[in-house]
Ligand binder design. Sequence first.
Ligand code: ZN
Length: 515
Amino acid sequence: MSSTSTAESTTTHPAWDALTTAFQEATLIGSAAGVLHWDQETKMPPEGIEPRGMQLAVLARLAHEKLTCEETGNLIAECEGIAELVDDEASDTAVTIRRIRHDYDRATCIPGELVGEEAMLASQSQHHWAEARRDADFLQFEPWLTKVVDLLRRKAECFGWADDGEPWDALAEDYEPGCTAAWVESVFTPLRTRLQDLLHRVMGSSTPPSNAFNELVLPVDRQEAFVRDVASSIGFDFRRGRLDVSTHPFCSGFHPKDVRITTRFHENNVNDALGSTMHECGHAIYEQGLCQDHAGLPLGRAVSLGIHESQSRLWENQVGRSRQFWQWCFPKLGEYFGDAAGSLDLDAVYGGANIVRPDFIRVEADEATYNMHIMIRFEIERALLKGDLEVCDVPAVWAEKYRDYLGIEVPNDAKGCLQDIHWSMVSMGYFPTYTLGNLYSAQFFDAAKREIPGLEDGFARGEFEPLRVWLNENIHQQGCRYLPPKLCEVVTGAPLCSDFLLDYLEGKYSEIYGL
Ligand code: ZN
């Protein structure tokens, strides 16, 4: 599917060499900042926050300057004029130049003062958000959210949007290239109807699975050994990565040879540690599988947050919550936890790993309800940016939507509109990438099953390599060659469609809940 020769080995134009070197250096500065971010979340002493902020600010400025300086602009223009580099639109060189041009144009749209104002607002509003969340009091955060919405609307104006588009589109471009609110709405609308119907039937089941698996008390050191075993079994390469502990699990990829993930442990929730680890492993397997010949260039980097999330959700859910996975993994519970897990059988563990419970907190949501949390946030931020919703009305609208979508009464702002950090980081347009990831994961997995005979049966024998290789060839090695909707068509033969996720969920829950 992709050219096997590297761009560098086939071209010798000085402008190309200079442009790719400059871009790689900007990427290297960004990845050095990534190491500092990882250290901040895992190892740094608390008092280190102030000097760390200064280090990161300098690196962010240097990377931005490297990308947006006049010399880079001239080199891009020069490369765009060299027929050998750009005439074949599908060539590695042409794709690389187009993507660098895209990044350059985005970065230069925003005046330097706005970049500084955004960084300052992000640090202040995160601080006030954390306090407001602690006190479960939206009023403390309201003036800051007002400033955030105002700044984001100005930022969207700088980027601009299509005649039939809206401000949200301009901001989403940084997370999911080519994504518009109208397209998200067209994907989400059929999803919502069928999900609500499924949820209704699941909650009405007279034979729900046992929750005993999620109540086991298991020592944290044994949990860690267990999840490390699973991580390396599914393909996380510990020679090119680390697994550490943090409050909120995450993945940082600096290079395919150095990818860090974190997880978390609670004595009474091994399922959370396993799910978090497999989720971050999915992100890490993507990062470890990127094309090293193009390291630091667009063909050697992940294409979007939605596609990234498809990889994490695929390993976490389609693999890690499948019956076949548990046929392989169930004996390991005895191996690592002895009699502590001895009272449960395979059905109880598999059912417990797939329990459905409508609740307030997005990051703890099951597969059936997760996407409802995303739709609510998408509708609210879209309306805020359009000017159709006032900031002061957010808590009331939030509560109304939770009643409508999930049938639950939000008890306070901390469990409501203050639960997520994203808006306080001056970030809107991000949330739908989580649901797009779920949709892409189901559609990719369906294609993998068609192309790899006996794929799921292999999981029961601990055979995960065929899936990892398939994902590597079809998705990881492609880097930014195709925008996400096109990548989906190339890999699966069809545009993104919510039917794949819904068929998968309806099939699974019908069996588990006896629908
Ligand atoms: Zn993720």
